[in-house]
Write a protein that binds this ligand. Structure first.
Ligand code: ASP
Ligand code: MG
Length: 406
């Protein structure tokens, strides 16, 4: 059986008109003699509204009831979509996760899909039906409805593709694919034709918010090719696949930037074991997400400086936590808002020497000061003043020839 999984995001089913358009897309795959499994998210905005309602009922709204409530958006979208396909003469029906069932493990609000019972869906596909499955939700072994985290219908689609051994998993969304950098920030950004899971993970978690990072990790582990494309424009999108499928002459695949970062420096902390742990323990307890961390080597063997970045909204809280931390001593606390992290990402840099130098030189030529540097195998990140973000993006985009079509 040649199965294709089509996933539609909130914007693709955001209005009645768009649901009708989406039904056309599904119908086209049916004509190509594919067995089509559809996964849908809720109509855009619906999940947010439901969450708002829950918080108006109680600040501590029960998490099991939260899952029942917020998963209802998907039920609505799936029935509308199925209804439209039936109207067009197709055999279709909505499938809620518990009707299949899609079994999850873990806590409410943040479960993960562990198993999918294939029997009923396979039978339905063989009868020529098109199942429209609710993304984002599942059921646990206590028969309670669960959800798998915001943006989770991407992960639903990928797990469904895995269990049904789909030939393809296509994520339909409101953008044409993954771009070399955020096209809203830089018009000359180019659509990437093919990108590895690893690069996409870096792009996704660094700000290219097209797909939920967890879902890309699922795809990577299960070796599922994903195509990301637009519901509204008929053009090929971006293929996310394993590294060995990619032949590219580019060193850098994409550039990402963050917004609303802040930098925290502790000057003159004691240079002895346990100090960094003492600084970060209360931050992690307060769920403050620390990103880049650098510590200088100590010049005199006694004192050192430690710098890290956090989200700007956590700055005041972080300041208080550090000032009230009795387990650490330091001479000065420096806080800086309005910094931005720029990262160049590409598997090509593993085999190409001099990429770091090239990046630094480009920034230097543009008189952009680098405040913090961090690197991984396929990524180099620098922290700069936020006001230079666009200038840096443009310069690096040019230097690494990302505007050039392959
Ligand atoms: N509707 C859910 C959300 O808004 C799941 C999704 O969109 O993927 O988070
Ligand atoms: Mg989404």
């Amino acid at each position: 059986m040649r199965i294709v999984v089509l996933k539609f995001g909130g914007t693709s089913v955001g209005t009645i008109k768009k649901i009708k358009k989406t039904a056309e897309i599904i119908a086209n795959y049916k004509k190509k003699k594919y067995k089509v499994i559809v996964v849908s998210s809720a109509m855009s905005g619906v999940t947010n509204e439901l969450i708002k309602k829950s918080s108006e009922i109680s600040e501590n709204f029960s998490s099991s009831e939260y899952d029942v409530l917020v998963s209802s958006g998907e039920q609505m979208a799936c029935s509308l979509l199925a209804g439209r396909l039936i109207h067009k003469g197709f055999k279709a029906r909505s499938w809620l996760s518990w009707q299949i069932p899609i079994i999850t493990l873990g806590k409410h609000k943040n479960s993960r899909i562990n198993e999918i019972n294939k029997k009923k869906i396979i039978k339905y596909l063989k009868e020529g039906g098109t199942p429209i499955i609710t993304g984002f939700q599942g059921i646990n072994n206590e028969s309670r409805i669960t959800t798998i985290g915001r943006g989770g219908s991407d992960a639903s689609a990928i797990m469904i593709a895995k269990f049904f051994k789909a030939e393809r998993c296509i994520i339909y969304t409101d953008v044409e694919g993954i771009y070399t950098t955020d096209p809203n920030k830089f018009k000359k950004a180019k659509k990437i034709k093919i990108i590895s899971y690893e690069e996409m993970l870096e792009m996704a978690s660094l700000g290219a918010k097209v797909m939920q990072p967890v879902s890309i990790q699922d795809a990577r582990l299960n070796r599922i090719d994903i195509e990301v494309k637009s519901s509204f424009i008929k053009k090929s999108g971006t293929l996310i696949t394993k590294r060995s499928n990619i032949i590219s002459n580019k060193i850098v695949t994409g550039i990402s930037s963050t917004q609303n970062d802040s930098k925290v420096s502790l000057i003159g902390v004691r240079d002895k074991p346990g100090v960094a742990a003492a600084i970060f323990k209360p931050l992690s307890k307060n769920l403050i997400n620390v990103d880049m961390v650098v510590q200088n080597i100590s010049a005199n063997g006694k004192e050192t400086d430690l710098t890290f970045t956090i989200k700007a909204e956590d700055l005041n809280k972080t300041k208080k936590i550090i000032e009230n931390n009795k387990n650490i001593r330091f001479r000065k606390l420096l806080l800086k808002k309005d910094v931005s992290k720029i990262s160049i990402i590409g598997v090509g840099m593993i085999t190409t020497p001099g990429v770091t130098f090239k990046m630094f030189q480009t920034l230097a030529k543009n008189r952009i000061n680098i405040q913090v540097i961090s690197t991984s195998e396929i990524k180099i990140s620098v922290l700069i003043d936020k006001k230079n973000t666009k200038k840096a993006l443009i310069a690096l985009h040019k230097e690494f020839e990302l505007g050039r079509t392959k």
